[in-house]
Design a protein. Structure first.
Length: 202
């Protein structure tokens, strides 16, 4: 419970810092299907490569400068493309070899091998897993992301064979960016909904 509270506080602080009246921020948004010209700046920060996930919404603190902002948005796209595809090259491009998970679940290895371990186990249960990058907030050296994971439980989980059940749940991440890559994170997943979707709740 303590880690969840800390994550909620940190996420709230990131949002507040980015959207407070004294902060120059910009949002990638649409109004009645028409892109607002005042929000054009964040669009330039997004890597439109077809192999990378695209953020559905992006909010950026302008005070960090366009070069740094673009680098952090790109790191987010690489990291969540890893979660979207399971391809380790994207994880290696996004996180430092010294990466630390500050909310490490029981049984998951520390460091960069942790996400690899988690992804492989998850995909054993949900082979068609996708990760939607619903919201991204870039504030200083922090990236806050809201994610939606989807797929179908056709594999096995804790000895339970899936029957094709639909999986759909949310997660919130806070990533700390170092000199050139992500060096640590905090994360929380809606595990209650996930377990319910898998049909393995107690």
């Amino acid at each position: 419970m303590r880690s969840r509270t800390l994550i909620r506080i940190a996420a709230s602080a990131a949002v507040t810092a980015c959207l407070a009246g004294g902060t120059a921020a910009a949002a990638y948004a649409h109004d009645n299907g028409r892109h607002q010209s005042s929000h054009a700046w964040p669009q330039r920060l997004i890597d439109r490569s077809p192999d990378l996930v695209q953020p559905k919404a992006l909010t950026v603190d302008r005070s960090i400068g366009e070069k740094r902002a673009a680098r952090e948005v790109h790191l987010a796209q690489q990291l969540y493309t890893f979660w979207n595809t399971g391809q380790q090259k994207y994880l290696a491009a996004a996180v430092s070899p010294q990466f630390q998970d500050n909310t490490l679940p029981a049984g998951r290895p520390q460091g960069p091998t942790g996400p690899v371990f988690a992804s492989k186990n998850f995909r054993a249960a949900v082979p068609d897993l996708t990760c939607e990058l619903s919201d991204v907030l870039v504030t200083g050296d922090k990236i806050t992301a809201r994610l939606v994971f989807r797929g179908h439980f056709t594999g096995t989980f804790n000895g339970v064979q899936g029957k094709g059940q639909s999986v759909d749940f949310n997660a919130i991440d806070i990533q700390h960016v170092g000199t050139d890559k992500i060096v640590e994170d905090w994360h929380i997943e809606d595990n209650q909904t996930l377990m319910s979707r898998l049909g393995v709740t107690g």
